[in-house]
Ligand binder design. Structure first.
Ligand code: SF4
Length: 430
């Protein structure tokens, strides 16, 4: 047993943020002193202007601070300025990023209005062109970025890794007296592809303040290793994301595990959670997950937190689950209005607990919390506000009364006016 007096104190904070060069993406700063930015990507055909505008607007309203759209052919490049114009008319100012593969150099040259309307160009160095065309076409995109004063993201993806580079590194490795594993060589190829492309962009004349790097793989441990190494070897602003994360809980857990560890180490300036939506599923889920990841780790506050216990054999009723869900949904629906009406409301914490075991304690820690009666407890639900018990709710309207109390608390604490506390059901119920 070590002498506990000698142990260093355990910190409850992330490591200091890695110092990166900030990049202005259409008015949103990525890196430097800026908080970690949430971004997302549409899955509409960009040539479908109506569909793309609707989805970009939905992603922006959900909280996406940058939205990427596919620009894969002439029709989509021609649609980009129309999408931008329509969004501006709707008051949706979110910067648009163009995702280019194979013919980005040509599309950006042939469609100057597209080049102008986009706030950033994403270039994948693995498929910008092959053999002697590779550098030439890459440089052509970079020169367009310089001409229009736009930043780029050099986005390496292991699924489209530069095969010439990978083959060369594999050959060198096989001749080494102490060869690395094929996985380690693949990671090195990803990092080198990003760094060499950034070097070429800078040699072409693009400032480092205009370059963001990403290096995505689909395996959690590889992603962590790649970004740790990339962060060590450059000071470029970094876009984090696990590629092909997958559907539902698998995608959420994998992305959160990988990015959570990197963010804790101070690595990452913007994140995207690449979830495969269920057929007909809501694309904004990826924004919600990204926000919750940043909020739950204490990096940013986007929406009030609702703490709810998981429930167990001590509470067989579903009242507390329904109430927690209702409160959570209420918050999500109302947030666009609340953000304007109640500045700072995102700092609110609400607790909805299932029984007396942890209910009162957890509720006291929240700004406002309710401890519902568990099995065998008297049918009364104490409500705590700012750590003090202020009411005991009873009867079939407990859920509705508590909702009113939450609304009243928000108005009193964050609203411009200050309605009398006596209007709260708390006073009536106590
Ligand atoms: S607070 Fe009560 S109902 Fe909720 S998990 Fe704990 S013991 Fe179970």
């Amino acid at each position: 047993m070590p002498d506990e007096g000698c142990l260093p104190p355990v910190l409850a904070d992330p490591l200091p943020r890695r110092l990166s060069v900030g990049v202005d993406v259409g008015g949103v700063l990525v890196g430097g002193p800026a908080p970690v930015v949430v971004q997302s990507m549409t899955n509409t055909d960009t040539a479908d202007v109506d569909g793309t505008v609707a989805q970009v607007a939905a992603l922006a309203r959900a909280g996406s601070e940058i939205v990427r759209i596919t620009v894969d052919r002439d029709e989509s490049a021609a649609a980009v300025p129309k999408v931008r114009e329509r969004l501006d008319r709707l008051g949706v100012t979110v910067p648009l990023v163009g995702d280019f593969h194979y013919i980005g150099h040509k599309l950006l040259t042939d469609h100057p209005a597209c080049a102008e309307a986009l706030a950033k160009y994403r270039i994948n160095p693995g498929n910008v062109g092959f053999k002697d065309k590779k550098d030439r076409q890459f440089v052509q995109i970079v020169e367009t970025a310089i001409r229009y004063d736009k930043p780029v993201r050099i986005g390496v993806n292991w699924g489209s890794l530069d095969q010439d580079l990978l083959t060369r590194l594999m050959d060198e490795n096989s001749r080494s007296p102490e060869p690395l594993s094929a996985r380690a060589v693949m990671r090195e190829a990803i990092i080198q592809s990003a760094l060499m492309s950034a070097e070429l962009a800078e040699e072409t004349g693009l400032a480092r303040e205009k370059i963001i790097l990403s290096a995505k793989v689909s395996n959690v441990q590889d992603l962590i290793a790649v970004y740790r190494d990339l962060a060590r070897r450059s000071n470029h602003s970094l876009h984090l994301g696990l590629t092909e994360a997958g559907m539902g809980t698998k995608g959420i857990v994998a992305s959160s595990a990988a990015m959570g560890i990197l963010l804790q180490e101070g690595i990452g300036d913007t994140i995207r959670v690449s979830l495969t939506p269920e057929p007909g599923g809501d694309r904004t889920r990826e924004v919600q997950v990204a926000q919750e990841l940043l909020q739950t780790m204490g990096f940013r506050q986007f929406v009030p937190v609702v703490a709810a216990c998981p429930g167990c054999g001590r509470t067989t009723s579903t009242v507390f689950q329904e109430l927690a869900e209702t409160i959570q949904n209420d918050i999500r629906i109302n947030m666009p209005v609340w953000r304007e009406k109640y500045p700072g409301v995102e700092a609110l914490s609400v607790a909805v607990m299932g029984c007396i075991v942890n209910g009162p304690g957890e509720s006291k820690h929240a700004d406002i919390g309710i401890s519902l009666p568990g099995t065998g407890e008297s049918p009364a639900a104490p409500v705590f506000v700012d750590g003090k018990k202020v009411a005991t709710l009873r009867g079939p309207a407990i859920a509705a009364d508590f909702q009113l109390m939450v609304a009243d608390y928000i108005e009193r604490r964050f609203g411009a006016g200050a309605p009398a506390a006596a209007s709260s059901p708390a006073a009536a119920a106590e």
